[in-house]
Design a protein around this ligand. Structure first.
Ligand code: ATP
Ligand code: MN
Length: 462
């Protein structure tokens, strides 16, 4: 391989090579021209040095067109570099212009741009140091996810994106239809979903959990990793309309097993970032979130604190004046509450368990107190909730009761209920928001900056 990552890590002085990439900067001095060449294979660029004394007019002309952003190939010999921070550089002899980049109108010149501005040029932002590093980290975390679950004998299951059971109940859904909305509006008639593509109302999935449970009751240990959709009208730095979620589900498992899995998984991801993504992480630590590396390193060596919802609310009530929303038993924990628990009180990740049943979904296992369910949320500093999970209600009668109490029609969940009728077993799982995890490990503040093409309210340009 001759990508720049390989050249920089294994190249030897004296070796003849050709490097292809995009010019980051070009600098002219009296004796030489310096090109910083980057191909995205790693954060670092290779420095290419053209000796002014040996340049012919043709090379001078090509160099003239090789400004920032141009795609070029440079051939020459690797030499030890006198410059600080790099072992080798390329003593360049030949240059081919592959794709010129007119400087006029090219938005990525040398000056640094704000993240807000870069969001408006999402098609070009992967070429910056920040978004290059984010993209590589996203890939690394996806890979580390698969390797973690594979090592623990979990199978990757692809759950559907379109769902016709308006079942999941985890927030507002997007509708999927081929009905002619404009014609319907003109005629003033109500939609007839029996004429719609699926013969009934269909939506984009908010979670793969209900579907993945079918495979949990067959393969034992499974997970999904795919896009999910929520039409949340919330313009926050934590919510997207389209985001990726990892949802493991384990058979013959209870809440304790679920918490152990969640903690091990997060620690595995942090360790992977620290051990295998050092160069990009150093960039985030220096430019985005000072202290990031020490923080991540601290988290991986300490046990997560466990706390019941009831105890958490008692703690919150002690300092209730500091909150905009006053905490009380039965309230949904707000981000300010979550962040207080993990950042101020415990100063580490916290797992809050046993929430009031009214706050949580119908499929969570009820505790014997009749008031709470075997739920767990993992809260981490800076982010708040990163994981939501639970032990599932595996008893048929209880599950039907929960549905009815929440005003759901058991008939429309017939296949889900079948899992409780035929060979039901205790099982547990959770959902980790992939972009929230990426905010955590990169230190990036806005969730729109850790997904290549963010979809949020009024935002779907690219
Ligand atoms: P929150 O209360 O923080 O909005 P939630 O309780 O609605 O989240 P769950 O239904 O528990 O979320 O989803 C599981 C995980 O998916 C969450 O812990 C979070 O990491 C992530 N998540 C949920 N909604 C979004 C969203 N709109 N954008 C990005 N990630 C999300
Ligand atoms: Mn949740």
């Amino acid at each position: 391989m001759n990508d720049i990552r390989t050249i920089l890590s294994t190249g030897q002085p004296g070796q003849a090579i050709t490097a292809k990439g995009w010019v980051r900067t070009k600098r002219d001095t009296k004796n030489a021209v310096f090109l910083e060449l980057n191909d995205g294979s790693c954060m670092s660029s290779i420095q290419c040095v053209f000796d002014a004394a040996t340049m012919n007019p043709e090379l001078v002309a090509v160099l003239g067109h090789s400004g920032t952003g141009a795609a070029v190939a440079v051939s020459g010999t690797l030499v030890e570099s006198p410059a600080a921070g790099q072992k080798i550089e390329l003593k360049a002899e030949a240059l081919t212009l592959i794709g010129a980049c007119p400087q006029e109108g090219y938005p990525l010149q040398k000056k640094a741009h704000s993240l807000e501005f870069l969001r408006e040029i999402a098609h070009l932002r992967p070429r910056t140091n920040t978004f290059g590093a984010v993209s590589r980290m996203r890939d690394e975390m996806a890979f580390a996810t698969h390797s973690f679950f594979r090592d623990r004998h979990f199978r990757y299951v692809h759950t559907p994106i379109i769902t016709a059971s308006d079942a999941e109940g985890a927030g507002e859904m997007f509708q999927v239809t081929t009905l002619d909305l404009e014609a319907m509006a003109k005629s003033g008639k109500a939609p007839d979903y029996s004429k719609d593509f699926f013969g009934k109302k269909a939506m984009l999935s908010v979670s793969g959990q209900l579907n993945v449970e079918t495979h949990c009751m067959a393969l034992g240990r499974v997970y999904t990793f795919g896009p999910t959709f929520r039409a949340e009208n919330s313009n926050t730095t934590r919510h997207l309309a389209e985001f990726w979620m990892i949802e493991p589900e384990m058979a013959f498992a209870e809440l304790e097993d679920d918490m152990e899995l969640a903690e091990s998984y997060i620690k595995h991801l942090l360790s992977w970032a620290l051990d295998s993504c050092a160069e990009d992480l150093a960039f985030f630590d220096k430019r985005i979130q000072p202290g990031l590396i020490a923080m991540l390193d601290g988290v991986r060596s300490k046990a997560f604190v466990h706390m019941s919802y009831t105890d958490a609310v008692k703690e919150l009530e002690k300092t209730k004046d500091t909150f905009e929303f006053k905490p009380y038993w039965g309230c949904d924990l707000q981000t300010e509450h979550e962040r207080f628990l993990t950042e101020t009180l415990v100063k580490a990740p916290v797992i809050v368990t046993d929430y009031p049943k009214d706050l949580k979904a119908f499929y969570m296992r009820q505790n014997d107190d009749g008031k709470t369910v075997r739920a767990m949320d993992v809260l981490v500093p800076r982010i708040g909730e990163i994981i939501g999970g639970s032990e599932r209600e595996y008893r048929y009668d209880k599950l039907v009761e929960n549905m009815q109490a929440k005003g759901l029609d058991p008939a429309s969940y017939w296949w889900y209920l079948d899992l409780r009728r035929f060979g039901s077993a205790p099982h547990a799982g959770f959902g980790l928001g992939f972009e929230r995890l990426l905010r955590y490990v990169t230190g990036m503040e806005n969730i729109r900056d850790v997904i290549p093409f963010p979809r949020a309210v009024k935002q779907a340009e690219f």
